[in-house]
Design a protein around this ligand. Structure first.
Ligand code: ADP
Length: 192
């Protein structure tokens, strides 16, 4: 299945760290044949490849901070202009995380309208417990706390930004992977 309704599927996906966003994104890519654009994955690849950008991002990422808007906007603009994302649609994961990024995104997309911004909603206490259990390299206790705090401070306003533009769909993510998946697909189909 490729796309939904008219044209390819273009989604932004939100969720607190540990909300199961990565897993659901993988399923979306499989089901709808769209590109998965994860800014976290792109940054981690740049860190591993020790590019200039990667070297700069590394310290910010391990402290749980946010990489600068100008860098992020540039990365995402270039990626969205690649053929697969441009013609086949995408799931954008990890961006926008700030209001300036949300504003940049609407300029980058131009006529390529988003179908929706979907928030996979899982309570703070639950995601904190899940993240402590998964033990990724940047999942230090301090890093987890800082990332969750930044999410509330910087990214909640971005959810409100999409909500004010009638683009936000909230999916209850406090359930099994399959149940959340069913909710997600129904929500996307209802929005298309
Ligand atoms: P998480 O695992 O915290 O959900 P990601 O995998 O999306 O986070 O990103 C990992 C790190 O990369 C973030 O903590 C942040 O430092 C950086 N990062 C990713 N996307 C962005 C963005 N849009 N703006 C700023 N920093 C970002």
């Amino acid at each position: 299945m490729s796309g939904i309704g008219e044209g390819p599927l273009r989604l932004v996906i939100f969720g607190r760290q540990g909300a199961g966003k990565g897993t659901q994104c993988a399923r979306l890519v499989e089901e709808f044949g769209v590109a998965h654009i994860s800014t976290g994955d792109m940054l981690r690849a740049a860190v591993a490849a020790e590019t200039d950008m990667g070297l700069k991002a590394k310290a910010v990422m391990s402290s749980g901070g946010l990489v600068g808007d100008d860098i992020m906007n540039g990365i995402v603009r270039d990626r969205l202009d690649e053929t697969d994302a441009n013609t086949g649609g995408f799931v954008l994961d990890g961006f926008p995380r700030t209001i300036p990024q949300a504003e940049a995104l609407s300029i980058i997309l131009g006529k390529r309208e988003l179908h929706a911004a979907v928030n996979i909603d899982v309570p703070l206490e639950e995601v904190t417990a899940r993240m402590k259990a998964r033990g990724r390299e940047d999942d230090t206790e301090e890093g987890i706390a800082r990332r969750l705090e930044l999410y509330e401070q910087e990214t909640q306003p971005v959810l409100e930004w999409f909500s004010a533009r009638n683009r936000l769909i909230t999916v209850d993510g406090f359930s099994t992977e399959d149940i959340v998946w069913d909710r997600l697909v129904s929500a996307i189909k209802a929005a298309a």
